[in-house]
Design a protein around this ligand. Structure first.
Ligand SMILES: *Cc1c(COP(=O)(O)O)cnc(C)c1O
Length: 623
């Protein structure tokens, strides 16, 4: 009997869920927005209520603001715990880097949820700075300005820096001249940071962000020169922060230890000549997307507590050795803050690669290969399946040749195809029973796998799956108390063959275990951990737009929908790409409609279509 625990293991929920996701007793996916508070939301309850009330159609991105808040508390708590244990004489400030998710609602939840913890923001462009300034942070909360900076950006930061805690980080050496010029012009004293270029690098996919060849950062010679220039102007006291960032998703804790060693040493040396207040360790804190707890790209081989222990310990030890005071530690752990808070729920609207429904009827004058193929199918067993499968491959070749030479017709060819398919299925099941994992039978499994079609766009909702082949856990939202008997991949509704989920968390990473579709019943899948980088990196391939968003919070032990953000209607998408949908409409309609009434009806139909969601409506195409 299939149990819920079997599903927990199969989909690896405990591995990647980090306490926020689990499977409940009804076989549905459950969310615990406040990990330790114990409330569990049955996702299918939410799905049912939304479907019944028709308040929003799928695909829907579910956001859980309380998960964001929980992440802030957990990361902050880990650092405070490390500091307490090691009796660290300095503070900690968590900062959210806006490039991880610039959506206003998301940043607002972070600012609001992080108020008591004094959570700040990091920005990398002028527009991000403007967005950050619009959110009404406390004057004491850090706003850290990174990235390439033109004069507008610098002046904005300087101007608002007087009344706010804005630190302008010099990311490339030459910026210091522009900054000093702008600061002179405005008569505004900057609060400055220097980004150091470390010799050590990160690990994983974004390894190139660190090391000597990295795009940003000052060499030791440039740091010394910057300090000399500041001293000359009597502005050394403006230097408030040292910063480093060795790349996102650091998969191996050893890389963090090595980088911390180097950066802490640089801090200690600089601290002897300038009263640097903040030591900013950047981002990189990994998220275990596949739940494997290994240093592979979709995972990380360390815990949050291990990370904060290493950062705090290394810094303290170095400061003690060098006899300098301990700084306030700043971390910009964007991915670790945002990843968990959202997931995409979508319906399966059909399946491909299924010849199951077709029957083969033998006739007298079938060519001999078809008869042989039928024999192979009938007489196959655990002993001979490999041999008979090879025979069938051969018969199929012969049938193709015969077809290409014009010796057999479409009827015979199709019969051969169907029989071959049945042979493959039977051979694959014997191979499974035989635990035959030879390459030949592994690729046979691939051939037999199904493609379920999901009503979503990979390019819009999971862009990193396409761009950098990142794994995001995907699994059914319900029926988790039933054994999933189908193996398949998930194609999206774009016309692009790259729009397909082909890598999965868990053991058999080429396929997802799926349930048979049942006529008239909706089947829902979810793709998880989408809160970091996916929201604004997504694009409009095939003019599929932003999805509907439903925000869920727990109040007094029960869940409620706290906000709905409408996805893009077709008209908005057209206008975004400079179409004027009404421009030629009259002309087009006159071309095909004669009477006034008919024209009016056509106009109405187009207006309705323009107002509609760009994804499929709630319709099931049948199995
Ligand atoms: C991208 C970036 C971050 C965020 O990194 P995560 O790995 O998402 O935590 C932090 N700091 C800087 C300077 C960045 O460029």
């Amino acid at each position: 009997m299939w149990t819920i625990d079997d599903s927990v293991n199969l989909y690896g929920v405990d591995g990647w869920g980090n306490g926020y996701f689990s499977i409940n007793g009804r076989g549905n996916l459950a969310v615990s927005p406040r990990k330790d508070a114990g409330e569990k939301i049955d996702v299918m309850e939410v799905v049912d209520r939304i479907s019944q009330s028709e308040m929003a159609s799928f695909p829907i991105l579910f956001r859980f603001p309380q998960i964001l808040e929980d992440r802030l508390k957990e990361i902050n708590g880990a650092f405070l715990a490390s500091m307490e244990e090691l009796e660290y004489q300095g503070g900690y400030r968590l900062v959210f880097p806006m490039k991880v998710n610039q959506r206003k609602e998301v940043v607002e939840y972070i600012v609001r949820g992080g108020k008591d913890l004094n959570v700040g923001l990091e920005v990398g462009t002028k527009a991000e700075l403007l967005a950050a300034l619009s959110l009404g942070l406390d004057p004491d909360a850090l706003i850290i300005c990174n990235g390439y900076k033109d004069q507008d950006y610098l002046k904005l930061a300087l101007k608002f820096g007087e009344a706010n805690n804005i630190v302008i980080v010099i990311d490339i050496f030459e910026e210091i001249f522009d900054l000093l010029r702008c600061s002179g012009e405005l008569g505004a004293k900057p609060r400055l940071g220097l980004r150091t270029k470390l010799f050590s690098r990160g690990s994983g996919r974004w390894e190139e962000s660190g090391g000597e060849l990295s795009k940003f950062g000052l060499s030791t010679a440039e740091i010394l020169e910057s300090i000399r220039i500041l001293s000359e102007k009597g502005m050394v006291d403006c230097l408030k922060m040292l910063h480093f960032h060795i790349g996102s998703q650091i998969t191996d804790i050893r890389k963090i230890k090595v980088a911390m060693n180097e950066a802490a040493r640089i801090y200690a040396k600089v601290r002897k000549v300038a009263e640097v207040e903040y030591f900013n360790v950047g981002g990189g804190l990994g998220v275990d997307y596949d739940g494997s707890k290994t240093p592979t790209p979709a995972s990380a081989n360390y815990t949050l507590q291990e990370y904060s222990n290493d950062v705090v310990y290394t810094l303290q030890r170095t400061c003690d050795e060098e006899e300098v005071s301990c700084p306030t530690i700043v971390s910009e752990s964007g991915r670790a803050i945002a990843a968990y808070h959202s997931f995409l729920a979508f319906k399966v609207i059909g399946k491909k690669n299924s010849k199951d429904g077709f029957e083969v009827t033998p006739t007298e004058d079938d060519p001999v290969q078809i008869e042989d193929m039928r024999q192979a199918l009938e007489n196959m067993d655990l002993e001979n399946y490999a041999e008979f499968y090879h025979d069938a491959l051969h018969y199929r070749e012969e049938l193709f040749d015969a077809f290409n030479l014009g010796n057999i017709g479409l009827e015979e060819r199709s019969k051969g195809d169907l029989l071959f398919w049945k042979v493959c299925q039977k051979a694959a099941s014997f191979a499974k029973a035989d635990e035959n994992d030879s390459e030949e039978f592994e690729s046979l499994k691939k051939l037999l796998s199904k493609k379920y079609i999901g009503n979503f766009s990979l390019f819009q909702s999971v862009p990193d799956m396409w761009g950098v082949q990142q794994i995001f856990p995907t699994m059914p939202l319900h029926r988790l108390d039933e054994e999933p008997t189908v193996k398949g991949t998930i194609a999206d509704i774009t016309c692009d063959s790259d729009g397909e989920i082909r890598s999965f968390a868990g053991e058999n990473s080429d396929f997802l275990a799926l349930h048979e579709l049942e006529a008239g019943e909706d089947y829902f899948l979810g793709t998880f951990l989408l809160g970091a980088y996916q929201d604004t990196l997504g694009d409009f391939h095939n003019l599929l737009g932003c999805v509907n968003e439903v925000h869920i919070t727990v109040v007094d032990g029960s869940w409620r929908i706290s906000k709905i953000v409408r996805g893009d209607a077709c008209e908005k998408l057209l206008r975004f790409f400079n179409y004027d949908p009404e421009e030629r409409l009259g002309e087009m309609i006159s071309r095909c409609c004669l009477g006034e009434a008919e024209r009016e009806k056509a106009m109405e139909a187009i207006r309705t279509a323009l107002g509609e969601y760009s994804y499929f409506k709630n319709r099931y195409l049948g199995a």
